[in-house]
Design a protein around this ligand. Structure first.
Ligand code: UDX
Length: 469
């Protein structure tokens, strides 16, 4: 059996930590590096510093095994490292371009500390063309060692990060050196074997809860069938294009939802029908408040910007952004129609994270909606089961945060379901209807039971089903 290489993951965020933890559990010695001491200190205790379902189970195991070494020191990690996985953030700038400062800073810290030949794997989402210029930059900083660059974009989604990392549907490997490609593929082959070997009882911990797949479905593709070998540029473009296409699908569904609202159709039924065409697929056609998070907004703007730099106009993506921006005022108009009294009534916004299952509030449409309603002069109360601390900084200071759903709806004149947490979907609205001053519900994620709530005397409206019965 060949000896396992030492790995350093630079950037201990959603992608970095999840990948580091799984590779450590698969038997690799993994340094997980971050410049933020606070994050590293939490990971050292065997926990994640952000909310991600089931991740703590694996962080604890990896720390206990001694295979996962959290550190802030390049000097500690890099000299014994054969392979670096770069998972640092690429935030967007005002003009939509990607800020690659962290990408270059991390690469510089790595190459100036390395003592041996290195494979540098980029998992962060970067604009097409970055890999080549980064490799040139790295070689300029250290000519003594041989370096190969591999683009291996990450497709995990927050809230299902554990699942997506273990049971990845594809492994995109963009390289111009076949040996380096092979080494990276083999690392993920080990991860695939680790996932296959997990006992059934562990499957229930995360799979049953988050996705409806059986173990057999998960491994219907062989590992080899999952590998997509490309050049570096194609791999880079695959990642942003995938996210842009998913965002486009959602914006398309939201456009049709507006037509459904005025025509008597029901958007969920429409998309059930449309999405059952295997060529289209049902996923990412769920109409609602729109897309947010750390990826879609940044990647869509980044793609538009990169295309422009190359003289290509991606007007279709500009339109997707416009539709997305329209969804907050569109939802607000539904509230306006309820003619509440701004002085004596208040509105409850349920959910602040950008989607359920995460404490991430970056570019959250729910926060945008809460702030928008407040700016229009309404009193707003808000609650989120996991993202209150994170939301505080971004929320209008005049919005009142409550500690439970019951407190948040006590005396309300309208509940807006902004983020689709299970806690809200499973809530007993009938029993708790006595807490309402006025029984209005705006379901901005189309997740509640319209006919049941209507029967219970609520005025219900969703997105794309206003005139449907
Ligand atoms: C996304 C991609 O899915 C993932 O592959 C990539 O690696 C990172 O970006 P993430 O940002 O975690 O993952 O969230 P995702 O589940 O894709 O949702 C993005 C946004 O779209 C959320 O705000 C969500 O509420 C919204 N959405 C999603 C819809 O409004 N409708 C849908 O049908 C699906």
């Amino acid at each position: 059996m060949s000896e396992k290489k030492n790995i350093t993951i630079v950037g201990t965020g959603y992608v970095g930590l999840t990948t580091a933890v799984m590779l450590a559990n698969a038997g690799y010695k993994v340094f997980t590096l971050d410049i933020d001491q606070k994050k590293i200190d939490v990971v050292k205790t065997g926990k994640s510093y952000f909310y991600e379902p089931s991740l703590d189970i694996f962080v604890e195991k990896a720390i206990k095994s001694g295979n996962l070494i959290p550190t802030t020191s390049y000097k500690e990690a890099i000299p014994s490292t054969d392979i670096v996985l770069s998972c640092v953030g690429t935030p967007d700038r005002e003009d939509g371009s990607s800020n690659l400062d962290y990408i270059f800073a991390a690469a510089e810290s790595v190459v100036t500390n390395t003592k041996k030949d290195l494979i540098y794997v980029q998992k962060s989402t970067v604009p097409v063309g970055t890999g080549k210029s980064l490799l040139k930059f790295m070689k300029g900083k250290n000519a003594k060692v041989t370096m190969h660059y591999v683009s291996n974009p990450e497709f995990l989604a927050e809230s299902t990060a554990v699942f997506d990392t273990l049971f990845f549907d594809r492994l995109v490997v963009g390289a111009d050196n076949e040996e380096a490609r092979k080494i990276v593929v083999n690392i993920f082959k080990d991860l695939d074997s680790y996932a296959k070997g997990l006992e059934d009882q562990h499957f229930g911990d995360y799979i049953g809860t988050y996705k409806n797949f059986s173990k057999k479905d998960l491994f219907s593709k062989t590992f080899e069938e999952k590998v997509i070998s490309t050049n570096i540029e194609s791999a880079e473009l695959i990642k942003v294009t995938a996210n842009a296409f998913l965002a486009l699908k959602i914006s398309f569904a939201n456009s049709i939802a507006k037509l459904a609202d005025v025509s008597g159709a029901n958007i969920s039924q429409v998309m059930d029908g449309v999405g059952s065409d295997i060529r289209i697929g049902r996923s990412f056609l769920y109409a609602g408040l729109g897309w947010g998070g750390g990826c879609f907004p940044k990647d869509v703007h980044g793609l538009i910007h990169t295309a422009k730099e190359h003289g290509v106009e991606l007007s279709i993506m500009n339109k997707a952004v416009d539709v997305n921006n329209s969804m907050v005022p569109y939802t607000f108009n539904k509230l306006k129609k309820l003619k509440l009294d701004k002085k004596s009534d208040f509105v409850t916004v349920l959910g602040l994270s950008f989607k359920a299952g995460t404490s991430d509030v970056r570019k959250s449409q729910s926060i945008k909606l809460a702030n928008y309603i407040r700016e229009k002069g309404y009193k707003v109360v808000a609650y989120d089961p996991h993202a209150m601390e994170e939301a505080k900084e971004l929320l209008n200071k005049q919005i009142t945060l409550k500690q439970t759903i019951e407190e948040a709806i006590d005396g309300t004149s309208c509940v807006i379901l902004a983020t689709e947490w299970k806690e809200f979907i499973n809530f007993n609205w009938e029993i708790n209807s006595k807490l309402f001053k006025k029984k209005n519900i705006i379901d901005a994620r189309n997740k509640l039971n319209q006919s049941q709530l209507t029967k219970q005397g609520f005025v219900y409206c969703g997105i794309g089903q206003d005139k449907s019965s």
